[in-house]
Design a protein around this ligand. Structure first.
Ligand SMILES: [Cu+2]
Length: 226
């Protein structure tokens, strides 16, 4: 082989290497851009960091329900609902970056008016024995909450289920207004649940039963955020 054709082959190989490198870099950048858009969109409105690693392993794929349609009649799926998960049917979906969102794909507001569209919503009645392991299960009766202390990771998407274990209606609520929208009401012997992002700020968040007289007789507890 002459020196000339050796050099030519070398140039061709070098050229191929450069092209492959460009393709790889371009692909990586596109991927990064897409996830950045989703993160910043949803994060900004809630100020909660990305917590995809905190999505419970036993969550299931979320099937969007309340979607609007484009001019061709195709459903418009908001970015936040693409590959979203849900821990319990009827609870709020969790976007892939770990932010709990509304069925419209907006970040849930923990300080919204309870039951408003921006608030995390409680599920309808569920069977406590059928709930995934990752769900934090609290029972409440005239004797108080059991357990009356729970620990969660800051900013993580968490699901709390409340079960009334006596003949009373009970209403689970936090004392801090920053969590004022996180509310669950249960009829006697009923279980309902709610999914929301725990506060980003570590600390102790006390909760109570909001039915008059119930907190006074000991239906109180605390959530430790770490
Ligand atoms: Cu109560």
């Amino acid at each position: 082989m002459s020196n000339g054709s050796k050099n030519k082959n070398l140039l061709i190989i070098l050229g191929l290497v450069v092209i492959v490198a460009i393709i790889v870099v371009a692909a990586l950048m596109t991927q990064k851009d897409e996830s950045d858009v989703v993160n910043s969109d949803v994060e900004n409105s809630l100020n909660v960091g990305p917590a995809s690693a905190d999505i419970p392993a036993d969550a299931q794929a979320y099937v969007p329900t309340e979607l609007s349609l484009d001019e061709n009649g195709e459903p418009i799926i908001p970015d936040a609902l693409i590959d979203a998960m849900v821990t319990i049917e009827g609870a709020n979906p969790i976007a892939k970056n770990g932010i709990v969102v509304t069925p419209a794909g907006e970040a849930v507001q923990n300080d919204a008016v309870p039951m408003s569209p921006e608030a995390p919503k409680q599920t309808s009645s569920v069977v406590v024995e059928e709930l995934p392991d990752s769900v934090i299960k609290l029972s409440v009766s005239a004797a108080g909450f059991e357990p009356n202390q729970i620990s969660v990771k800051a900013g993580a998407p968490i699901t709390i289920a409340i079960t009334s274990t006596d003949n009373f209606t009970h209403v689970f609520m936090f004392d801090d207004s920053a969590l004022g929208a996180v509310a669950v009401g249960v009829s006697p012997y009923e279980t309902r649940a709610i999914t929301f992002n725990s506060p980003k700020e570590a600390g102790e968040y006390t909760f109570r039963c909001d039915v008059p007289g119930h907190a006074g007789r000991g239906e109180v507890g605390k959530m430790i955020v770490q």
